[in-house]
Design a protein around this ligand. Structure first.
Ligand code: PLP
Length: 367
């Protein structure tokens, strides 16, 4: 029997990240996953347990629980200085779904989508699944977007995807850069889709939301990283009502609504005690310093990343292979685009002991 597969599925590949994770052996040090190694804070879990016990287990409104959309709207105003009415928020199954529905609803076949290269794996796949044409934005030596080159590409493009702090580079773009990119994009009629899932993991500067600098900006975020809730699958998309109405249709037909129980948990996350967030941030900062100082001492030269929980290190292809063979699972840079095959991504969402052991193993293979 021939299994007929649609071209759009054939045109995208499985994420290169899982492949490396799956190759891990029992004694491997896994630094390949973009997932917090913390447990979800207890008050958030308790809210989910209460929802189950109270029978809040049916469908919610497609766009999400009204009180959760209100909490998100309030959070965007107080934390991010941006105004989206609760009706302008769709609660999604993680940031992943928010990206997918936005790109499905906004991008026509053949339209150009500007994405930094290297960049998060879903952007290219989502753009292609919508029939869009990916136009890569290259980074400078310090892994920042080349602003002038990006601005030159704006004319005629449909969408610009921004991600600061960035996966895979850990780069935090300056307010000046974000402002320049958003203003140039909106002036050229290009919508900005700003993925801010790592906003709370910044170790120097403050996070700056792209929507502060333009009207035509959709904001994506999630509970996943901020509250160590990757498996709960709650994120959101916020934007102009004209977009949100259309995105809601895509969401309705693929997801109906985000999991009800998880939405109650997310409500507790956004409205409850926030002290868990700086605790995690401080720990990530300590780990970042441990990893980066260790790699610098071993002779690898790279700028210390300002955010997320990744270091994107120019190991070179040969050294990356040696590091993998030594039982340290990193992700080779080519998983994130065409411009990064000399790099490897280290995730430091793992214990300090694991980072020390990884550095020890790497020291045995450094020439
Ligand atoms: C930049 C970025 N955006 C979105 C996501 C997806 O987040 P979620 O688990 O909320 O779907 C990730 C996950 O690794 C990410 O790194």
């Amino acid at each position: 029997m021939t299994h007929h597969i649609a071209q759009r599925a054939l045109d995208v590949e499985m994420s290169g990240i899982r492949k490396f994770f799956q190759a891990a052996k029992p004694d491997s040090i896994v630094m390949a996953l973009g997932q917090p190694d913390f447990d979800t804070p207890d008050h958030i879990k308790q809210a989910a347990i209460r929802a189950i016990n109270e029978g809040k287990t049916g469908y919610t409104f497609n766009a999400g629980l009204p009180e959760l959309r209100e909490a998100i709207s309030r959070k965007l105003k107080t934390e991010n200085g941006i105004r989206y009415h609760p009706d302008q928020v769709i609660v999604t199954a993680g940031a992943g779904e928010a990206l997918f529905i936005a790109i499905q609803a906004l991008v026509n076949p053949g339209e150009r989508v500007l994405i930094s290269d290297p960049g998060f794996v879903s952007y290219e796949a989502c753009a292609r699944l919508a029939g869009g044409v990916v136009d890569p934005l290259s980074l400078d030596q310090n892994l920042h977007i080349k602003v002038d080159a990006a601005i030159e590409k704006m004319k005629g493009a449909r969408l610009l995807i921004l991600n600061s702090p960035s996966n895979p580079t850990g780069t935090v773009e300056s307010e000046e850069t974000i402002r320049a990119l958003v203003e140039a994009a909106n002036d050229a009629g290009v919508t900005v889709l700003s993925d801010e899932v790592y906003e709370h993991f910044i170790y120097g500067d403050r996070h700056v939301s792209a929507a502060r600098f333009g009207e035509d900006v959709l904001t994506v975020n999630a509970t996943s990283k901020t509250y160590a809730m990757t498996g709960w699958r709650v994120g959101y998309l916020a934007g102009h009502p004209d977009y949100i109405q259309q995105c809601l249709k895509v969401h309705q037909y693929c997801q109906t609504c985000a999991t009800s129980i998880s939405q109650y948990a997310a409500h507790a996350a956004y409205t409850g005690d926030q002290s868990c967030v700086p605790v995690m941030r401080d720990e990530y900062r300590t780990r970042r310093d441990l990893l980066c100082n260790g790699l610098h001492d071993l002779g690898f030269d790279f700028p210390v990343p300002g955010g997320a929980f990744y270091a994107f290190v120019p190991l070179g292809k040969e050294m990356t292979k040696k590091v993998l063979d030594a039982g340290v699972v990193v992700v080779p840079g080519d998983a994130f685009g065409k411009n990064a095959d000399e790099y490897a991504r280290f995730s430091y969402a793992t214990s300090q002991d694991n980072i020390r052991e990884a550095l020890k193993r790497i020291s045995t293979v450094v020439g």
